[in-house]
Design a protein around this ligand. Sequence first.
Ligand code: CP
Length: 308
Amino acid sequence: MSELSVKHLLGIKYLNEADIQLIFETADNFKEVINRAIKKVPSLRDITIANIFFENSTRTKLSFELAQKRLSADVINFSAAQSSVKKGETLIDTVNNILSMKVDMVVMRHPNPGAGIFLSKHVNAAIVNAGDGAHEHPTQALLDSYSIRERLGDVAGKKVVIVGDILHSRVALSNIFALKLQGAEVKVCGPKTLLPKHIESLGVTVETNLRKALNWCDVANMLRIQNERLDISYFPTTREYTQQFGVNRAVLDSLDKEIVIMHPGPINRGVEITSEVADSDQSIILDQVENGVAVRMAVMYLLASKIK
Ligand code: CP
């Protein structure tokens, strides 16, 4: 297969396994490119991409922009905080104004679930979802699986536990879809209050005892508490959360085997993970960030090839 089955990347839910393998094989080539002395290729020289961010971001925004520059695309950046959205302009008006400047692709982060899907139905450009509320964060899940494949050789058959605030996490949902598509076994672990009801219907198992979950897995993906989305208290105190669901060196040393530690960032050091663990050889957190550039190059390159 040499092209994606989709015109937009709105969520992992809309991809098939062959799409994921194509993205990974393309990312392998781009990873080689970004480690050369000359890190740039002319692949998207005639393509203009707008990054429109209605929510804060460090990694995703910088990673998309660097990926676009490595591909020689023309790039414009839009941040809602400094824009006319503050004067009451709608999402469609905002994007149509940007598109009238002859933009081919829009990378969007938005606090509302489904914002990318909505946009894809109303504007004529390829849309890449860079995170929509608590719904999906597809490029994060792709770079996470790519990093597991790099460290462990394959994703199929691997046991992955996602730990923390599953209820409010777009990273968790996209990872579940991506890992299941590739044949991994997935478990979620966290306080009962932060596990969605009926999460098992997605083909995952549930464990509320962190040590048991870690002894089961090959990989633990540690998520932060999404404080910006918490409307009520879901656990008594942060200290108690850390005691039950935080990973530290002593917890890792007490396990029967050496597991791989991941985190999508931003990390709340000392809450879900200690610095000792985050910065250890078992952690692939910075490999995830490096791989994000290659994976996003692959996604935008493959989507651009479908623009008529
Ligand atoms: N992982 C992630 O989405 O980080 P940012 O919010 O900094 O982009």
